[in-house]
Write a protein of this length. Sequence first.
Length: 80
Amino acid sequence: MPSPTEVGGSPSPLSWDAAPPEGAQTAFEKGQSVVVPSSTPFVVRSQDDELPFYVAACMTGSRAFQLIGDPEFIGVVAAE
């Protein structure tokens, strides 16, 4: 089941390692964000360090285990 990941930030072209997940943007307008559902890991980069962006992963909770587990929203830390 794909996990929703929110990506948003400064106006910037973005590059995705491997193929971008379905629904992924290649650029953002100021203040825009998009939810990208993906069941595979991905790497996204901005043009340079002067154009930051934010990535957050949403764990939706567990429907497969009798609704045990709470939804959680996690900020993803940039790797250098």
